[in-house]
Design a binder for this molecule. Structure first.
Ligand code: GLV
Length: 342
């Protein structure tokens, strides 16, 4: 797997077209200007993610570089509309499931993303959801704010004990490792699934073990999904796999919505098949399955895993830097493998 070598296009200064297709946190314009890109070469379309794809294709016609949000689909039609001058797509995310990598490879378009600033804030949101669902935070807040709380009751809103339990991280990469690291504070046994062994997770203090999904699910008190979305992880959590979880366990998803079959999850929650679910991502964003909205113990967030000022500013810096690096003829810092080495 490798990046294509990239085209040795060298347009005359001023002839480049850099499209920023979202309202980046920070000041993308200044960052581009600082890298010697002229104002007339830059177009910012802050709301491209909510425009129809045909309109976005018109906008990017003749683009040399594109900074894209995860809500814009970069497929063959997009790339063909942009045309042969396109050299680099910089994705304002770590996930790259909105991009047809093979189509980029075929057209020698480089793809970059921004993993580092996504790691810690997303792990924090995973733990926020883990604690919130385990301890039934949503029901507690609703009751406290309702004015109808009758006072201390020894059986009110009993959750489950996370300390000393077992955490299963599904698809342990950088974010999964950060989720696992936080489990040390709760003295948890950590299991993980991954395509390859993660030696860094095996030694103390995490002392994790790699398991298969089917072996890990029945043991886990908390299941956190941090896998990327691809054809083998779509609906990885479905009626069968959710059925393997303990009745007292919680499921947290901070990866991509389609990793979970939302219908099956809603059914399991309504049937009390698992204790709860915390979701930051959904199958058909921004729509949320109404059966999830009225399920008992769910905590739902609007895809804010990496939403901190500091981390999103850093993401802007990384994405702009890699566009400028490619336009300067240097290697990007965060390239994504787009296909077989050629
Ligand atoms: C956010 O969801 C990302 O992939 O960065």
């Amino acid at each position: 797997m490798s990046q294509p070598p990239g085209r040795t296009k060298n347009p005359r200064p001023g002839a480049r077209r850099i499209h920023v297709l979202l309202d980046c946190v920070g000041d993308p314009l200044s960052l581009l200007l600082q890298r010697g890109i002229h104002r007339s070469e830059i177009t910012i379309t802050p709301d491209a993610g909510s425009l129809p794809p045909e309109r976005v294709r018109e906008i990017v016609r003749g683009a040399t570089a594109v900074l894209a949000p995860l809500t814009v689909t970069i497929d063959a039609a997009f790339l063909d509309a942009a045309g042969p001058a396109l050299r680099v797509i910089s994705n304002y995310a770590v996930g790259i499931d909105n991009i047809d990598l093979a189509a980029c490879h075929e057209r020698s378009v480089l793809v970059c993303n921004g993993p580092p600033p996504m790691v810690e804030p997303t792990a924090d949101i995973a733990w926020t959801l883990l604690l919130a669902t385990t301890r039934r935070l949503r029901a507690g807040i609703t009751l406290a704010e309702s004015g109808s709380w009758g006072g201390y009751d020894s059986k009110l809103l009993l959750g489950h004990r996370l300390t000393g339990g077992t955490l299963l991280v599904v698809g342990a990469g950088r974010i999964g490792a950060a989720v696992a690291r936080r489990a040390i504070g709760w003295h948890m046994r950590v299991l993980y699934t991954a395509r390859s062994e993660k030696p860094d997770l095996h030694g103390p203090p995490i002392s994790a073990s790699r398991v298969t999904l089917d072996a890990g699910l029945p043991l886990a008190d908390a299941v956190v999904l941090t896998t990327s979305l691809n054809s083998s992880t779509r609906h990885l959590m479905n009626a069968r796999t959710i059925g393997l979880m303990k009745r007292t366990a919680v499921l947290v998803n901070v990866s991509r919505g389609p990793v979970v079959d939302e219908g099956a999850l809603a059914e399991a929650l309504h049937a009390g098949r698992i204790h709860g679910a915390g979701l930051d991502v959904f199958e058909h964003e921004p729509k949320i399955d109404p059966r999830l909205l009225d399920a008992g113990n769910v905590v739902l967030l609007p895809h804010i895993g990496s939403a901190t000022v500091e981390d999103r500013m850093e993401l802007t810096r990384i994405c702009i830097a890699d566009i400028a690096n490619v336009l300067d003829g240097s290697a990007p810092s965060f390239p994504v493998d787009t296909g077989p080495a050629i």
